[in-house]
Design a binder for this molecule. Structure first.
Ligand code: UDX
Length: 441
């Protein structure tokens, strides 16, 4: 079997790994995906995709002939020389990235010997590539080359982000290895950034940290807008027309969540700290994000007074729409704080079954939004699922005890809701009664 025909290996079929594997197959490569989770591999062998991602099930099906799944490192390494590593790097309690899974994969590969090209897709702290290579050299292991190839895909748009990326970043210790990885993306039309391994690793962190900073910035602007009677939606529009600023990620709301931004911002801040540099900006980005989730409580108290005994409905629990992911979702903090205030909390999310959920102790989840808002004193839009824009607001008003709407994602029409008799409050949206704006209500 010549090199060209050898399949590519992907280790770790979580979010990034599965999308990477399937998209590489879609580009024409044969791909062997490995995961230690037997149930996940069994499901994939049956054609069942264990994560929710629009279009992924079909893409797995369309490329089934080029895809195989295994739990055996022997089977994988007997076939594959090029190995994408896409295992989780969750945060440790100190906020550093936990590299134990990455190290385990490297060990599995190293002790089986042979020539290998490791392509790192996992988000790893700057310097990881150099450390791994130094350790291998120290252990007398040669024949392994390393390339950093960070991923920038968003949940809910992952396939599009992989196949039509803004850029492909390739950091390598040798041009030859970088060339080989670049060739794997044949068919993807995007600028390629070829650089050193540490620089490629930093591009990933800096990109996520900057997007998070942009969100915290516009959230603070929104908070000031509330005090001065301006409208952040139009402020963001006016800002975004400046090509140096750009309109993306200027959507004010109740804070960013997910498996990436909170973790990566913290890890970059930690990385800087470990190198003796106090990253002040990121400290503020994290703090603003924490406070932003809690400002909703203040808004509810403005309209309802003491929340003890109040009934609050949360619309949307996932960290953003088009995903079933609850990691670092603003809803988790909000529900817990409301319960702490003595409120009864109900909720609806299109991705979650009715009943209870371990991440939301004491919260009743309903199958329908109208059920969740029944007898509520207020509702909060926490995740901007499109179906909330199409709600029958007359029926919602009928069902609620008090028609108070806190739009945590600025996706509803304030004028239409106010005309329908609701008290509406967004995030930095103008038109608040003077009394509320000045906090004297
Ligand atoms: C992010 C990056 O976008 C992606 O490039 C990287 O590879 C992984 O991390 P993801 O976590 O899927 O992707 O979510 P994203 O769509 O970026 O949203 C992150 C959070 O920011 C969500 O909670 C979202 O609600 C919030 N957000 C996003 C805002 O509050 N305002 C915005 O304008 C954009």
């Amino acid at each position: 079997m010549n090199e060209e025909q050898r399949p590519i290996g992907v280790v770790g079929v979580g979010y990034v790994g599965l999308v990477t594997g399937v998209c590489l197959a879609h580009l024409g490569h044969r791909v062997v995906c490995l995961d230690v989770d037997e149930a996940r591999i069994e499901a994939l062998r049956r054609g069942t995709v264990p994560i929710y991602e629009p279009g992924l099930e079909k893409l797995v099906d369309d490329n089934a002939a080029r895809l195989s799944f295994t739990t055996s490192h022997d089977e994988l390494l007997a076939q594959c020389r090029v190995l994408f590593v896409a295992v989780d790097t969750p945060p440790t309690p100190s906020g550093d990235a936990d590299l134990s899974r990455v190290r385990r994969v490297v060990d599995e590969i190293a002790h089986r010997g042979g020539r290998r090209l490791l392509v790192m897709k996992s988000t790893v702290p700057v310097g990881t590539g150099a450390h791994i290579m130094a350790d291998l050299e120290g252990d007398g292991v040669d024949g392994i080359t390393y390339v950093s190839n960070p991923e920038f895909l968003r949940e809910g748009a992952a396939i599009e982000d992989f196949l039509s990326p803004d850029r492909i970043v390739i950091g390598s210790f040798s041009d030859e290895a970088g060339d080989e990885v670049e060739a794997l993306y044949r068919g993807v039309d995007a600028p390629v950034v070829r650089t050193s391994v540490p620089t490629a690793e930093m591009i990933k962190y800096a990109s996520n940290a900057f997007l998070a900073t942009k969100i915290s910035f516009v959230n603070e602007i929104a908070n000031v807008c509330e005090e001065v009677g301006a409208d952040v939606r139009t402020v963001a529009e006016g800002m975004g027309l400046d090509h140096r600023i750009g309109a993306h990620f200027l959507h004010a709301g109740i804070g960013f969540g997910g498996s990436c931004f909170p973790k990566d911002v913290q890890a970059l801040k930690q990385l800087a700290g470990n190198s003796g540099y106090h990253f002040q900006l990121l400290t503020a980005v994290i703090e603003v994000n924490h406070l932003q989730k809690r400002r909703v409580i203040g808004k509810l108290k403005h309209h309802l007074g003491n929340l003890r005994g109040a009934r609050i409905a949360l619309l949307g629990l996932t960290f953003k729409p088009h995903t079933d992911d609850l990691r670092e979702a603003a809803s988790i903090v909000l529900a817990a704080r409301l319960r702490g205030e003595g409120a009864t909390v109900t909720a609806h999310d299109p991705m979650l079954s009715p009943g209870s959920h371990e991440l939301f102790p004491g919260v009743d989840l309903f199958a329908e939004p109208l059920e969740a808002v029944r007898d509520a004193d207020a509702l909060v839009v926490v995740t901007e699922w499109p179906e909330f824009l199409r709600l029958d607001w007359a029926a919602v008003k009928e069902a609620m005890r008090r028609p108070v709407v806190i739009d945590g994602r600025n996706v509803l029409d304030p004028d239409a809701l106010r005309e329908a008799g609701f008290t509406y409050e967004g995030v930095g949206v103008a038109g608040l009664p003077e009394a509320v704006r000045s906090g004297s209500s």
